[in-house]
Design a protein around this ligand. Sequence first.
Ligand code: 9MJ
Length: 674
Amino acid sequence: MSEQARARAAALRAEIARHDYRYYVLDDPQIPDAEYDRLMAELKAIEQAHPDLITPDSPTQRVGGAASAAFGEVVHAVPMLSLENGFSDDDVAAFDRRVRERLGLAEPLWYWAEPKLDGLAVTAIFRNGTLAQAATRGDGVRGEDVTANLRAVRAFPLTLRGRAPPLLEVRGEVFMPIAGFERSNREALARGERPFVNPRNAAAGSLRQLDPAVTAARPLRVYCYGLGQFEGWTPPPLQSEVLQALKEWGLPVCPQAERVQGVPGCIAYYRAMAERRARLPYQIDGVVYKVERLEEQARLGFVARAPRWALARKFPAEEALTRVEAIEWQVGRTGALTPVARLAPKFVGGVTVSSVTLHNFDEVRRKDVRVGDTVVIRRAGDVIPELVRVLPERRPPGAAPVLLPERCPVCGSAVLKPDGEAVARCTGGFSCAAQRQEAIRHFASRLAMDIEGLGDKRVEQLVDSGLVRSPADLYTLSCEQLQGLERMGARSAAKLLRAIERSKHTTLPRLLYALGIREVGETTALALARHFGDLAPLIEAARSQPQRIEQVADVGPVVAAHLHAFFSAAAHRELIEKLRACGVTWEPVAAIRAHLPLQGQTFVLTGTLPGMSRQQAEAALSALGAKVVGSVSRKTHYVVAGTEPGAKLARARALGIPVLEPAELQRLLDAHRR
Ligand code: 9MJ
């Protein structure tokens, strides 16, 4: 009986594989689905009765094992290249010219032209004819191991037919045909789940499933279009013949590919596919041309990440008309006001677009977008949708130009847009809910109040819990309040409170910088502190005579305007009073000046400093009183040499000037922090 069962199971497997091949590769099914299902049921029954007869490549074993927690990493033996893009007939002609020049050929070349599928690139390794490993493209060098998931795709073979090479790696695109995409979405909606945005996302999302059973349930297809590594085989001379060989081994290839000659052939193929595009069963975003002869492909090689022997001619981004229903202003973490056009929802480029960013007020003016306007919108592939232009002839009467709001839509503070800047900002800072978290993170940062342990996550927690609405609230936090937070035990609460306590004694430049006033970085804060000596005279000048601020070295009207706006807000002056009331103190600047540790020392920087920009290094040194100059002379006290130092290092050596390594500079700065 068992021998009989073994033979029947083998026969069923072969028959099922043959029907898969006829269906997915030849697109010529021989039996109705019900008959196929009957074969599968019979095989399952035999395997259930005789589990020892189960083979790994049995079609019943496409989904095996449990869902994994993460994808492993795969290093591609042959990098997975991307494609150079072209957008016009001229780009195609230029590509063809470059190729023929490199090859030294005058006569027209043959190309293999194929649709450019919009899915997810994968690579699959067959060892001795059995699917052994599959991976995504990733960054082209390393991808994710999706072996279990590709095995679950019925349209892709587990074993190759005929006499396949002992090692064969094929590359192709996993995609979801439009009919399957629409069916999946109808089913998702019926279950109350969210539908996929487009077939491309559907394919990528379905293959990158930690549970292969989910992948198995999705109507995915694969078309192979190229090779990775192989052994024990000499490929035929032409790309089209390679694909024919893949097809004979049972791998699905795109049936709409063709051999074309020269630029006219390429352009005719593009036009024909553009015309057929809407009727194709799958989504494409262009066509791909590949030099037919493999030997010529090898001679051409590749540049950066794309082969010189291929070009993707992309379809133009799809455009559509819709109406602007409103223009809203969003306030970002840094207070930048971004105008957003709300649109009558429109399906374009594979997604429904219902809003587009207008970037900034200048852009609104330049395009003269108004509420009620009919506008052209555009979206290509992955790209975010954009508003191309307004159709002025369709403007409704009375549509008024958009005005920049005078008040922040979130907090009601004044909005400031300095002359010559494109971005308008809310001046609310800490008092604006949109900016609170970022403002407090900056306040606590190392070069500001330097509160150790108060990073992004903690600040988010403190703000979200409502415990901290302004920096002054940090100084009234209690141990009990902190311990009420997630992942915060008694010890870490006490540690954080100690760090907050330590930050109370600070310096004027640090405090000024911590306030997060636009354009007031560490260097400007230091210059302001030195000029005004204390906060009160600076506030006084900022409020009543901002032009006086422009007398400070390196400070111009923009900084003066920001200081004016900041200190004109009562909330900010109250904040400073609260900080003072909570015990925050700062040394008067005259006192700092008297004992600046590097006063009178001259530094020269050369090369790249790891982990620190040149500006940061200069600011840190000048905060300690040092002068940073551009060239080495006998008067230079120290030269700091990073990686790849210039001639300055040689000159320092010649003059016998001490040279510091980056680590030594860091130690020096750390020793004098605050
Ligand atoms: C797509 N996406 O359809 C290539 N592709 O060739 C086709 N992608 C490709 N070829 C080399 N048809 C790198 C990528």
